[in-house]
Design a protein around this ligand. Structure first.
Ligand SMILES: NC(=O)c1ccc[n+]([C@@H]2O[C@H](COP(=O)([O-])OP(=O)(O)OC[C@H]3O[C@@H](n4cnc5c(N)ncnc54)[C@H](OP(=O)(O)O)[C@@H]3O)[C@@H](O)[C@H]2O)c1
Length: 260
């Protein structure tokens, strides 16, 4: 049964067409928020997410914007506020993972910075004037445990972008607290989405086996595991929590600074 703990609230979820973002949008809709589902390329998939929210008794719209374009983000946020009248919850979920060694190709860092870091800044900047006017806001940034030094190869530049998100979260929490805006991050571990599962079957089964071994709960994450933590941070119940990073990783034991 649905529980309307977010009734009256309006949420914008970036990258809501697939994976973790889709699960977050559906969960926020189930909890009573009106949801703006951002997408970039996956129009059909996002329509499906909007339909699922409507089927659960919720209200949602889809808005296209490439988060790495400041103009597109500003237009999206204005349209969202024009449609629903306010903006209470911003979930910065959209990101890309481009694999590569540190010595291989620095240009992948540039592209990931555009989407994973600047995209988040554009979305926050466009949303802030509405949240400040309301003197209420919940910003939740999706980071990654990669930022803490996990031992997955070829993801160092990606991890750096997620480290930047954690620093941004803590600094903004300090700056925005006086406006009644909380800023927190959720750091997922390996979660079953296109980002992680799209690889040759043999490699996937090897990676899966390795990760299950080094995860205390002995399973991989589901998008809904992440969505529930986000829904909590988005709610009134989390009103005294800001500047925090919650890992949702099943208890991963391969951080570089820990012994396994
Ligand atoms: N999966 C994991 O194991 C894992 C672990 C740690 C952290 N994370 C983080 O969790 C978040 C979601 O990851 P995921 O696994 O669900 O990824 P995913 O399955 O690859 O989905 C990515 C989503 O981001 C959107 N997106 C990508 N570039 C965009 C852009 N420029 N503008 C707007 N939207 C864009 C995509 O939209 P379109 O398809 O419409 O283009 C899609 O909805 C990311 O921040 C990721 O870094 C994931």
């Amino acid at each position: 049964m649905s529980e309307a703990r977010l009734a009256g609230r309006v949420a914008l979820v970036t990258g809501a067409s697939r994976g973790i973002g889709a699960a977050i949008a559906i969960r926020l809709g189930l909890y009573g928020a009106r949801v703006v589902c951002n997408y970039n390329r996956s129009e059909e998939a996002v329509r499906n997410v909007v339909s699922r929210i409507a089927a659960g008794g919720g209200e949602a719209i889809a808005l296209r914007a490439d988060v790495s374009s400041r103009e597109e983000v500003e237009a999206m946020v204005e349209k969202a506020v024009n449609t629903f009248g306010r903006l209470d919850i911003l979930v910065n979920n959209a990101a890309i993972l481009m694999r590569g060694g540190v010595m291989d190709d620095v240009s992948i860092l540039d592209r990931m910075m555009e989407v994973n870091v600047k995209g988040v800044i554009y979305c926050i900047a466009a949303s802030l004037k509405h949240m400040m006017r309301q003197r209420y806001g919940r910003i939740i940034n999706i980071a990654s445990i990669a930022a803490f030094g996990t031992t997955s190869r070829n993801t160092t530049y990606y991890a750096m972008t997620k480290g930047a998100i954690i620093t941004l979260t803590k600094r903004l929490a300090f700056e925005l607290g006086e406006y009644g805006i909380t800023v927190n991050a959720v750091a997922p571990g390996f979660t079953k989405t296109d980002m992680t599962m799209n690889r040759p079957a043999e490699e996937l089964s090897e990676v899966t086996r390795r990760l299950e071994t080094i995860t205390a709960l002995k399973r991989l994450g589901e998008p809904e595991d992440i969505a529930e933590a986000v829904a909590f941070l988005a709610s009134e119940r989390a009103g005294f929590i800001t500047g925090q990073v919650i890992s949702v990783d099943g208890g991963r034991m391969d951080f570089f600074s820990r012994s396994t």
